[in-house]
Structure formats: C-alpha cells, structure tokens
Write a protein that binds this ligand. Structure first.
Ligand SMILES: CC(C)(COP(=O)(O)OP(=O)(O)OC[C@H]1O[C@@H](n2cnc3c(N)ncnc32)[C@H](O)[C@@H]1OP(=O)(O)O)[C@@H](O)C(=O)NCCC(=O)NCCS
Length: 141
C-alpha cells in the first residue's frame, strides 16, 4: 500500500470529506452536513481521521470517545482503494487513539445487510453482539 498517511481532519477538510462520503460511505448520517462535521472537529479535534496518499483522500473513520465509550463511525474507503489495507490502517489508528485516551473497548454500528463491512470488522477482531439493538430519537433543533 505504501505512502498512505493517517491524520486528523481540520476545518479545511469538511467539504471534501462530505463529498467523499457521498462516493464512498454506506448510506448517509444524520450529521452529514457542514455544520455537523465542523461541530465534530471543533468538539473533538482528533476524532475524524483521514487516510491520504499524496493529498488524495483514500478513506475516513470517526473515532469518537466521550470519556465513557469508544465509538467508530463513518469507516469508508474510496472504491479505487479497497482491499489494500486502508480500512485496516484507519481502524488501527482509531484504536491507538482510544488506547491513548484510556478507552477500554471500541464498537461500531454496522448495517445487517452490509456483508463486506461484517468481514472487515471481523478481520479487525470485532465481534457482533446479537443481544443489543439501537434505540433512537431525533432531537429537536
Ligand atoms: C468496508 C470497507 C471500509 C473496507 O475497506 P478496505 O480498505 O477495502 O478494507 P481492508 O483492505 O483494510 O480489508 C481488511 C480485511 O477485511 C476483509 N474484507 C474487506 N473487504 C472485503 C470484501 N469486499 N470481501 C471480503 N472480505 C473483505 C478482508 O478480510 C480484508 O483482508 P484481506 O484483504 O487481507 O483479505 C470498504 O469496502 C468500504 O468503504 N465500503 C463502503 C462503506 C462501508 O460499508 N463502510 C462500513 C460501515 S460499518
């Protein structure tokens, strides 16, 4: 793979990351807009990690730690870069971040039908917890 570098995103990356997710990510998130991504970077400057090769964006992951749990979101790799270890590098960088912050366990929400993601998370050592489901409520803005 060579030359892939992982670094935290800055405010200057917001538009580029949003465009990248349209091409590379699974579905859309409730926070996929300039305000949402800017808020993430301002609140937790190390959380959004970018994998790049010579400035080209190859992948992203959000490694969010709230002091209690370590959540991974928005793992996405450009179609042209898949199966070259980019997700592995991003998840590794995220886990090192969590370890440095004192996190104890990382988790990811993965769609039931996303077999490729299941294989990727399993290859990275993650195990599905069948006994949990996500309960959600949109917040008024
Ligand atoms: C899922 C995704 C992030 C994987 O990224 P990637 O950079 O291709 O993954 P890696 O190259 O690091 O693969 C690591 C391992 O995961 C498994 N894996 C990844 N993609 C796979 C595929 N298409 N089929 C089978 N196994 C796969 C393999 O074990 C692989 O190791 P190997 O290549 O040595 O066999 C990428 O396909 C993607 O962006 N998909 C769309 C967005 C998405 O679904 N994100 C996950 C949200 S939870």
């Amino acid at each position: 793979m060579g030359e892939i570098r992982v670094r935290p995103a800055t405010a200057a990356d917001v538009e580029r990351v949003l465009a990248f997710w349209q091409e590379a990510a699974e579905g859309t998130s409730v926070s996929d807009d300039p305000d949402g991504v800017t808020r993430l970077i301002e609140r937790d400057p190390g959380a959004l990690l970018l994998a790049e090769r010579r400035g080209e964006l190859a992948g992203t992951v959000i490694a969010g730690f709230d002091g209690w749990r370590c959540h991974l979101y928005r793992l996405a790799v450009a179609p042209a870069w898949r199966r070259r270890g980019v997700a592995t590098a991003l998840v590794g960088a995220a886990e090192r971040r969590f370890a440095g912050l004192g996190g104890r366990r990382a988790d990811a929400m993965v769609l039931e039908h996303n077999e490729r993601a299941h294989r990727t998370w399993a290859a990275a050592g993650y195990v599905r917890q069948a006994e949990w489901a996500r309960w959600v409520k949109p917040l008024a803005r």
